[in-house]
Ligand binder design. Structure first.
Ligand SMILES: NC(=O)c1ccc[n+]([C@@H]2O[C@H](COP(=O)([O-])OP(=O)(O)OC[C@H]3O[C@@H](n4cnc5c(N)ncnc54)[C@H](O)[C@@H]3O)[C@@H](O)[C@H]2O)c1
Length: 368
């Protein structure tokens, strides 16, 4: 196995996030190169391979794991597959980058962390908000004392719902919008405040719009109470019309900052006729729209992948780990349970025999 130069990467999955990973690695050719891609639907992986000049294509990811030169494998498959894939990658002696949310259960999180530890490979949690330039700037200012003592951190992510069927099937996703995007906000508040212990979680959630499509919630509000008194407020929606919104607000006793991920790096645009592409999940390009430039860079994906590649080379310490993903997983459990009982839930919260987080809200009604 090579131990210098560009990190050789394999990607599992070839649709939405697989494309983002491939595009991001192409932007950091000094640090890494994608040499293989695996996904089960014949033709899909080949299409992505052709688009990005990736030489090896597999329909079975286990065959890809047999390739000796691959050092790091990124997982962009549905949530219920993350744990088994991580274990298989680690057993093949390769470093793991796992997309959010880490997995379905806390037992899986433990297994993923322990397997990677025992095999001597890194388990890196792909939370790109830790690398989003605007949000990194907000954190830098907070760390320099710009806002004094920070008492409230808010993160919101909203759109009209995901692109692929499996997100709506809770047996594959593990939950609705709180699982899918609340995991970003939870991780963000925790990271922004320098990972203080979380004492309580309160959640309200409902399915307002998409009852025909899913048992999952399409709107959620979550309040986190941290030791030391700071509060996190995480708002997520799959019921919000008008495309993608991703925002943060930070309040301290000495100041405040607001950041909208898509505004300020967008071109306020009016068009009678429409045009090619505006921004992720924009429903139209006619009328008033806000097309962004350098979209992936604004999200932080290439920066995240460069960091992970540098970790594999021992040049940086992982800033987003399996342990972070496990903290988020426990909050997902506590949040769903809180929404069911209508009260805040104290941590630690670790019920046994949970099949997926949303069962704690749906009273175990989902069928696997
Ligand atoms: N970080 C982010 O902002 C972000 C954004 C979107 C998705 N994601 C995460 O990425 C993951 C994938 O989401 P997506 O939007 O790309 O979904 P998708 O449906 O667009 O793509 C999923 C891919 O996984 C492949 N797949 C399914 N079963 C497989 C198997 N057994 N072996 C190998 N590949 C298999 C599919 O063929 C497909 O190529 C999810 O965990 C999701 O939460 C993260």
């Amino acid at each position: 196995m090579t131990n210098k130069g560009r990190v050789k990467v394999g990607i599992i999955g070839s649709r939405f996030e697989g494309d983002i990973h491939a595009a991001s690695f192409q932007m950091i050719p000094d640090a890494a190169e994608v040499v293989a891609i695996a996904s089960p639907t014949p033709g899909n992986a080949q299409k992505l391979a052709d688009k990005y000049g990736i030489s090896r294509v597999f329909t079975d990811y286990k065959q890809m794991l047999a390739e000796k030169d691959i050092e790091m494998v990124t997982i962009t498959a549905p949530n219920h597959l993350h744990a088994q894939m991580t274990v298989d990658i680690a057993n093949a002696g390769k470093h793991v980058v796992c997309e959010k949310p880490l997995c379905m259960t806390l037992e899986e999180a433990d297994l993923m962390i322990e397997t990677c530890r025992s095999k001597g490979v890194l388990l890196m949690y792909a939370e790109e908000l830790f690398f989003t330039p605007k949000y990194v700037k907000a954190k830098e200012m907070a760390d320099q004392g710009a806002f004094g003592k920070v008492y409230l951190v808010k993160q919101a992510e909203k759109h009209f719902g995901p692109h692929a069927d499996w997100f709506w099937d809770v047996t594959k996703s593990g939950g609705g919008v709180f699982m899918d995007m609340g995991c970003h906000g939870i991780a963000f508040c925790y990271w922004f405040l320098d990972r203080p212990r979380i004492e309580t979680v309160y959640c309200q959630m409902a399915t307002h719009v998409h009852t025909d499509k899913t048992k999952g919630e399409d709107n959620s509000i979550c309040i986190l109470e941290f030791v030391g008194g700071a509060v996190g407020l995480v708002e997520d929606s799959w019921a919000r019309r008008g495309g993608m919104e991703d925002r943060i607000e930070v309040y301290g006793d000495g100041g405040v900052t607001y950041a909208d991920l898509h505004m300020g790096n967008a071109l306020p645009t009016y068009s009678e006729y429409g045009y090619g592409y505006a921004v992720e999940k924009a429903p139209t390009t006619k009328g008033w729209t806000y097309p962004v430039f350098e979209e992936l860079w604004n999200y932080g994906f290439p920066q995240e992948m460069r960091h992970f590649a540098r970790c594999v080379r021992g040049k940086e310490e992982p800033q987003a780990t399996g342990e972070d993903g496990r903290v988020v997983q426990e909050i997902l459990y506590a949040g769903y349970h809180s929404a069911r009982i209508g009260q805040k839930v104290g941590l630690p919260y670790r019920p046994k025999a949970v099949r997926m987080p949303i069962d704690l809200w749906l009273k175990g009604e989902t069928k696997g």
